[in-house]
Design a binder for this molecule. Sequence first.
Ligand code: BGC
Length: 339
Amino acid sequence: MKTIRLFLMICLAALLFTPAALQAEDKKPRIGVSLPTTQQERWIRDEEAIRSIARKKQLDILVEMGNNNQMQQNLQIGRLLSQNIDVLILAPHDAVGAASMVRKAHNQGVKVISYDRLVLDPGVDVYITFDNEKVGELQALYLTEKAPRGDYIVLSGSPNDNNARLFRGGAMKVIEPLVEAGMVKIAADTPVIDWMPENAQKTVEKLLADGVRPVAVLAPNDSTAGGVIEALAAHGLAGKVPVSGQDADLEGARRIVEGLQSMTVFKDTRQLAAKAIDVAVEIFEKESWEDSVNARTATPDGKNEIPTILLEPVMVDKSNLQKILVDSQYLKQSEVFVE
Ligand code: BGC
């Protein structure tokens, strides 16, 4: 009798618990992704990388691409939140303007990962990015080695992007001592709205028309570098004045090969995307995700210290472009080296 009762109890327990346990093991997060724009190549590469990793891991993801417009991005995030996502991966167009949507996500119990760009104030759960200050440092180190004396044009990125401040901060750490030593003069120090090449071009055109003759131009990314180089070309200065960049955009890489742009800073979007997806899964699966994601540093968002995972940016110029960008299959040989 006792054995039968025990047997029945075991069967009941198996019936009750096994399906639930299996279900819990099987359940994967539904991940919402909101990226700020399709107007700069790098975000399209981020999107491709995120989709490809999610496909390999058989994860359910929903992606929205913005258009340098926070109102539109907020509507897109609202749409993601209405589709039962568990985690939101967010690169905001506007660091402040996206805060209300982070609060909304938190109210719904959705965890938020700030991706590449930090959202200011609302206390996102984790921030995954490249070392942004180091990006600026690498750019400035390169330029100051090529042009240690003379007038500099310093362009920073879009004022609504927290990264712009960080890049500029990193660059000025290198440039300011030279200014203090009387070697370098800052002829202009100005932001570029929305990081658009035409805005960078107009700024540099105006400075050149005013008689400024820079020995170097700090362009914060490849897109702005493109505009700067157009402006320099009109004065026969393209290829003669060192210009920095960032992102390893295809056009940027081509200009480096042609000798028009001096360098770029490579931030492998495949690495960033993979990390963000891994963390999204950890956050969903583990109560103790904070220990396992190993965010070694923290970034202030104005109110909170945000656990941060920092990836390493890499300096690329003519000497290592083939190895870093082509051999790693980030860019295609046939597209970079065009006749
Ligand atoms: C990113 C850069 C990018 C820029 C413009 C920044 O936040 O970190 O990689 O070039 O935005 O899209």
